[in-house]
Design a protein around this ligand. Structure first.
Ligand SMILES: Cc1cc2nc3c(=O)[nH]c(=O)nc-3n(C[C@H](O)[C@H](O)[C@H](O)COP(=O)(O)OP(=O)(O)OC[C@H]3O[C@@H](n4cnc5c(N)ncnc54)[C@H](O)[C@@H]3O)c2cc1C
Length: 414
């Protein structure tokens, strides 16, 4: 038998995008069902680095204190290694863009996501429905009226709402049901993730570029170091090795990193995730919207996916709250969200895509790393842009580049 329930909004997925959208809608007085099939705290494959621009959002959500209390690590810089080059960049003011603070944060995702979920539930307006979303409830004209879901006990649910939100991550069931998910074949990658204890580590995150792969690593709370390998799926398949052996084989190509990790011990299994890349052709519908990774893959190389999820949730709530207050959730009423995505998120996604395309050309990577090594202040500019607080238009202004180049000379001389 199917049990029917009604809410103002139903959200599939309780990751950062889902929980923070739920929190914002509940704060505005709406009743929200948050449907999640995994029991929290749950593991999530991630580099676990948060860009500086996440911090004002987390303050606004009222969880920054909780994260500090968990021991979230401050990440003050990013060091880029590869092809014998090494460039370190910090999070600094760039042109007219001021850094919200001089660091990002790094914290285990199972803890971070749990804090966000608890904050959403703490509003009193969010009900956690422990179930897997299986499909959409549609009206006679195709408009979305809610979701169907299956609980752990096999019970079938129909959760009806004026607004249905797909925040169900990379493999979004809702994006598929809405017919807007497309693969991105040239970005066909796989990630291997694990963590180490007792590794000597500084205050920065590191990216190590190799042909066809890169490692991203940072210290997180609890004295752990989080390690991700992102590798072209074809190369991984050609290796034909189990995950542990594949990770070790790639690590052998970055001996300095391998030697540091070997001073500690691996405390997590090597987990795999892939394929990773997809995009969506649109994100608003009559009665529904997508947010976070459900909208498309954000490559971990720049560590921006969490910001995309938190900022996307803010933009969606800004549009959904007046729409729901007016008893509407049609595509026209959600146009503000679509517009804001085009203005705020699309240029950053395009920039990340440009970087990913560049990474496929080892000669280009070597040249750029050489330039950044010789001009550390340019490395600051690049790293700051990935910190999500520098509007991309700053990059076309000479005032951004000139001081960076002059200051570089000072920095090298000093
Ligand atoms: C290897 C790797 C490394 C990364 N490193 C970084 C990094 O260092 N920094 C950074 O900012 N970003 C990073 N990212 C990206 C970041 O992890 C994502 O952008 C972010 O988690 C998106 O949040 P979300 O809420 O949209 O999705 P998710 O965090 O994936 O949450 C989706 C939730 O939906 C649930 N769900 C899925 N399907 C259903 C269903 N049918 N029914 C009910 N529930 C469902 C899932 O269980 C999950 O809890 C990385 C990604 C990868 C793959």
């Amino acid at each position: 038998m199917r049990r029917e329930r009604a809410f103002d909004a139903v959200i599939a997925g309780a990751g950062p995008a889902g929980s923070t959208t739920a929190l914002r809608l509940a704060r505005a007085g709406f009743r929200v069902a948050l449907v999640e099939h995994q029991a929290f705290p749950r593991f999530k494959a991630c580099g676990e680095f948060m860009s500086p621009e996440c911090l004002p959002l987390l303050e606004d959500l009222g969880v920054a204190g909780d994260l500090r209390a968990l021991g979230a690590r401050e990440v003050g810089a990013m060091t880029l290694h590869g092809y014998g080059r090494r460039a370190r960049g910090g999070f600094v003011d760039v042109g007219a863009a001021c850094a919200p603070c001089g660091h990002g944060w790094a914290v285990r995702r199972e803890l971070f996501d749990d804090v966000l979920l608890r904050a959403a539930l703490g509003t009193g307006g969010v009900e956690l429905v422990q179930a897997r979303v299986t499909g959409l409830v549609r009206g006679p004209e195709g408009q979305v009226l809610g979701v169907t879901a299956r609980g752990a006990d096999g019970e079938t649910l129909a959760l009806r709402a004026r607004l249905t939100i797909g925040a169900d991550g990379l493999r979004s069931r809702l994006a598929r049901e809405l017919g807007v998910q497309r693969a991105v074949p040239w970005l066909d990658k796989l990630a291997l993730t694990t963590r180490y204890a007792d590794v000597p580590w500084g205050d920065g995150a590191e990216v190590h570029f190799l042909e066809g792969a890169y490692f991203a690593c940072t210290a997180v709370d609890g004295g752990l170091v989080s390690l991700n390998l992102v590798v072209d799926r074809e190369r991984y398949a050609a290796q034909g090795l189990p995950r542990d052996a594949a990770l070790e084989a790639w690590l052998a190509r970055v001996p300095a990193l391998a030697e540091r990790l070997a001073r500690g011990r691996r405390v997590d299994p090597v987990r795999g995730l892939g394929p990773l890349a997809h995009r969506t052709t649109r994100q608003t519908f009559d009665g529904a919207a997508l947010v976070g990774d459900a909208c498309g893959y954000v490559d971990p190389v720049t560590g921006e996916g969490i910001w995309f999820a938190l900022e996307g949730a803010r933009l969606l709530a800004d549009s959904a709250i007046p729409a729901l207050s007016a008893q509407r959730a049609d595509r026209v009423a959600l146009e503000g969200y679509a517009r804001a995505r085009r203005r705020v998120l699309a240029p950053r996604a395009a920039f990340a895509t440009l970087l990913q395309r560049g990474l496929r050309h080892p000669r280009l990577v070597r040249t750029v790393l050489g330039l950044l090594e010789a001009r550390p202040n340019l490395a600051d500019v690049l790293v700051s842009v990935t910190g999500d607080y520098v509007p991309l238009r700053e990059l076309v202004r000479p005032r951004t580049w000139r001081p960076a180049l002059w200051a570089t000379a000072d920095r090298q001389a000093s």
